[in-house]
Design a protein around this ligand. Structure first.
Ligand SMILES: Nc1nc2c(c(=O)[nH]1)N[C@H]1C(S)=C(S)[C@@H](COP(=O)(O)OP(=O)(O)OC[C@H]3O[C@@H](n4cnc5c(=O)[nH]c(N)nc54)[C@H](O)[C@@H]3O)O[C@H]1N2
Ligand SMILES: Nc1nc2c(c(=O)[nH]1)N[C@H]1C(S)=C(S)[C@@H](COP(=O)(O)OP(=O)(O)OC[C@H]3O[C@@H](n4cnc5c(=O)[nH]c(N)nc54)[C@H](O)[C@@H]3O)O[C@H]1N2
Ligand code: SF4
Ligand SMILES: [Mo]
Length: 729
């Protein structure tokens, strides 16, 4: 058969747009194409990343053999047996010499449910280590912590995304969906038509622009002042008698303490802290109370040292207004990575067992150990969150396996992290490309891409969808389920290690039974019948889990008082606040999208957004090369002079490596509850960069040729040929 096709979902973000992949192997140049497929979330639409996703399947950059570090420092191809023997030996030696917690795993929210589940089991059973966490800590942890505390459950959107279509008002805090999930904009159309899209962002982002022409309001607070803003809005709601007293009485607990906690955030104080006029504050509060309102948060308000408190304040506002668990209104957070939702439910988190259970809960340990066929007392205790785990590298942690993250670009303070990665006894990276993190590895294991594997993903609305295989993987690449089973076998691990995604899913379903994220009624076969599957799913789908009760034992939502310490004044001489975020055409650390000619052609480099007044004060012209620096490092980028940003703020995307890597500047300080790092508010100095060469990217990726912008001109390169410079640069 030369033509094959599969109904599947996009490899990138949490909207999980439905697509059909067509593979035509009839000629020598096999062609794989994607088309949008009708589905409630995307209605046939895809963004530029989705449309171009198939290009990477046959990419010349694709890894096709395991790589191993040679004595001369380069990476060279090796056989699977040799590579897996070496990985097993590294884990065994590390454990024997330094104890089980000297082995660590770093996972990712892009992994299927099956792989994320197996990775958690692999850490606890095959390695016996507590040291596992994942990049979702950098993404969803603040919103997750706030939702768990308030509702007893963390499902990003506790309602189908199509519920938003009928909203009259949507308060969207710190989310730039116009760039990060373009097909999602269709669900904002109703609120825009009603004049009720309220976007809170210190930048006039593409999403903020959607409020123009009467479609809504853009609130442009100082970065990091969302918490006072939300406390102030809650104050107004209560003071003006807009709170839903009957709902508060019937469905929540803790109102009196909450009321006291916002008492001091009167409108004038809120206004002077956030920079938002009192009239706009009052208008926003009244609009939210007028019916048909939703409150949604994104990374802009969550990726802060007070991210959990801010998400909690957003939830409190929604609860006081009576929006949650009612038809036609709601609160939610917009999950980011493809499986950002499912990836945070099945055991990749340091303190978690499958089904969103606590590893410290004796009953959960008994149940899951029973499914795994091991003694519950042998399961390790809770580990430590991602930033702390990365902080242990080269110290207590000697061997690290990374699967599904490019930490040396995406974690905070990457210059320091790079040194720690280099101090490891062994770094093992599973990837299909030589990411910047894989470049540092001792062993690189090439894995499958999305269209080559079977599995499930859980989208931003808590819906379990099927990822299906459309074509065979290239020779030499292997599935992570196979890799884990092979290492487990070499280590003589207990339990069984299936390589069949449907079987692993069945095991996951049993392990999750009775947990908060209960998948026990689901299977690949059932999902293939096309049913709608919102978790919890024991015998039926739960599209709106909070309609009757919240997940706490008493059925009530908890109002948790939080307070804000007003931030230090924003203008201290030459210092500016750096906020970081995303471009439409680049995805995350850029490993994938920087290799797609069309996408990288549109966004080939990081640009520093800076206000004209600030630029002129600093002597910076449009397009000029600037140095952005602080005590941790320096980033070189060209300036984009724009009135879309505040005077006191500059913006960089975090998709690039080398001199352009924004995370050379961010600090590894974290939220005390969620351990989310501060990605959105970093003090920097900006200066013209006279005489210093233009930015270079450490990634071995050629910029597209200007004459042929749709062609990647780089020939297939075997990594063995890589220079020292490319590996260590
Ligand atoms: N094109 C593209 N799409 C993606 C991704 C990608 O990398 N590229 N990544 C996916 C993932 S994993 C995620 S998590 C999502 C993220 O999706 P978003 O949350 O939309 O992404 P960000 O661009 O990080 O942040 C959103 C906005 O927050 C604003 N912001 C920064 N600081 C503050 C602040 O203090 N307060 C407020 N109110 N706003 C602030 C920024 O200016 C930015 O416009 O996108 C997903 N989709
Ligand atoms: N300054 C700043 N930093 C940030 C953020 C920010 O807003 N500002 N956002 C944070 C957020 S929200 C996130 S989610 C992180 C994301 O940052 P990362 O965790 O680095 O995410 P990706 O770039 O998607 O990295 C995924 C890597 O795994 C590979 N990969 C993809 N799928 C698979 C798979 O199935 N298996 C394996 N083994 N590999 C796979 C890809 O090729 C890529 O190299 O960055 C965080 N860092
Ligand atoms: S919005 Fe997200 S899921 Fe949809 S096509 Fe774009 S990247 Fe893929
Ligand atoms: Mo994310």
């Amino acid at each position: 058969m030369s033509m094959s096709s599969a109904d599947t979902h996009c490899p990138y973000c949490a909207l999980q747009c439905a697509m059909t992949v067509l593979h035509d192997a009839s000629s020598d140049d096999a062609v794989t194409t994607v088309t949008g497929r009708d589905f409630p979330t995307n209605r046939g639409g895809l963004c530029a990343k989705g449309w171009t996703s198939a290009e990477l399947l046959a990419s010349p950059h694709r890894l096709r053999m395991p790589l191993m570090r040679q004595s001369n420092g380069t990476l060279a191809e090796t056989t699977w047996d040799e590579a897996l023997d070496a990985v097993a030996a590294a884990f065994r030696d590390t454990k024997a010499t330094h104890g089980p917690d000297a082995n660590a795993i770093f996972g990712g929210g892009g992994l299927t449910n099956e792989k994320a589940y197996q990775l958690g089991k692999f850490a606890r059973v095959a390695l016996g280590t507590s040291r596992i966490d994942y990049n979702g800590r950098f993404c969803m942890s603040s919103a997750a912590a706030a939702s768990n505390r308030a509702f007893g459950m963390d499902r990003g959107l506790p309602f189908p995304v199509t519920d938003l279509d009928d909203a009259r008002t949507i308060l969207l805090l710190g989310s730039n969906v116009a760039a990060t999930m373009p097909p999602f904009l269709a669900h904002l159309a109703g609120a825009r038509a009603a004049g009720g899209l309220i976007v809170v962002d210190p930048r006039r982002s593409a999403t903020a622009r959607l409020t123009e022409d009467g479609a809504g309001t853009h609130l442009q607070p100082a970065p990091g002042t969302d918490l006072p803003l939300l406390l102030g809005l809650t104050h107004i709601v209560i003071a003006e008698g807009l709170a839903d007293r009957a709902y508060i009485e019937e469905r929540t607990a803790g109102f009196d303490a909450l009321r006291r906690s916002v008492a001091q955030w009167w409108p004038e104080r809120t206004s002077s802290t956030t920079g938002i006029p009192v009239a706009q504050l009052r208008e926003t509060a009244r609009r939210l109370a007028a019916g048909g309102a939703y409150i949604l948060t994104g990374r802009g308000v969550e990726q802060h040292v007070d991210g959990t408190a801010t998400a909690t304040a957003a939830i409190n506002l929604a609860l006081v207004l009576g929006l949650v668990g009612r038809e036609g209104s709601g609160y939610g957070t917009l999950t980011g990575q493809g499986n950002g939702q499912g990836g945070r439910e099945h055991g990749q988190k340091a303190d978690q067992l499958p089904g969103y259970r606590s590893i410290r809960d004796p009953e959960a340990r008994r149940h899951v150990a029973g499914v795994w066929g091991v003694d519950p007392d042998e399961l390790p205790d809770a580990g430590i969150p991602a930033t702390a785990l990365l902080g242990e590298l080269g110290g207590p942690v000697k061997t690290l396996l990374v699967a599904g993250s490019n930490v040396v670009v995406s974690a905070p303070d990457v210059d320091a992290l790079r040194e720690r990665l280099q101090a490891l006894d062994a770094l093992v990276v599973c990837d299909f490309f030589l990411s910047e993190t894989a470049e540092l590895a001792d062993i690189v294991l090439p894995v499958l891409q999305w269209a080559e594997e079977e599995g499930t993903m859980t989208s931003l609305e808590g819906r379990v969808v099927r990822r299906r295989r459309a074509l065979a993987a290239p020779d030499g690449a292997r599935s992570e389920l196979w890799i884990m089973s092979e290492i487990a076998r070499r280590l003589g691990a207990a339990s069984t290690w299936s390589t069949d995604p449907a079987e692993v899913f069945d095991e996951l379903a049993r392990a999750s039974e009775g947990g908060v994220a209960d998948y026990s009624g689901l299977s690949h076969a059932l999902l293939d019948t096309g049913i709608e599957a919102y978790w919890p799913y024991r015998s039926e789908s739960t599209p709106r889990p909070f309609t009757e009760r919240f997940a706490h034992a008493d059925g009530r939502a908890k109002l948790v008082p939080v307070d804000a310490t007003p931030p230090a004044p924003t203008d201290r001489g030459a210092e500016l606040t750096l906020v970081t975020g995303r471009y439409l055409q680049q995805y995350q650390s850029g490993t994938q999208t920087r290799r797609v000619a069309e996408l990288n052609g549109a966004r080939p480099e990081a640009r520093l957004e800076i206000h004209p007044a600030t630029a002129s004060r600093l002597g910076i012209r449009e397009g000029a090369l600037v140095a952005v620096s602080n005590e941790r490092g320096t980033v070189k980028a060209r300036a984009s002079v724009t009135t879309d940003i505040r005077h006191d703020t500059v913006f960089l995307p975090f998709h690039y490596a080398g001199d352009e890597c924004a995370n050379r500047l961010t600090e590894a300080i974290v939220d005390p509850t969620s351990a989310m790092p501060e990605f959105k508010r970093t003090r920097v100095m900006v200066a013209p960069d006279a005489g210093i060469p233009a930015p270079t990217t450490a990634a071995p990726i050629e910029r597209p040729d200007a004459a042929a912008p749709h062609v990647v001109e780089r020939p297939p390169v075997l990594v063995a040929a890589n220079s020292e410079e490319a590996i260590h640069g």
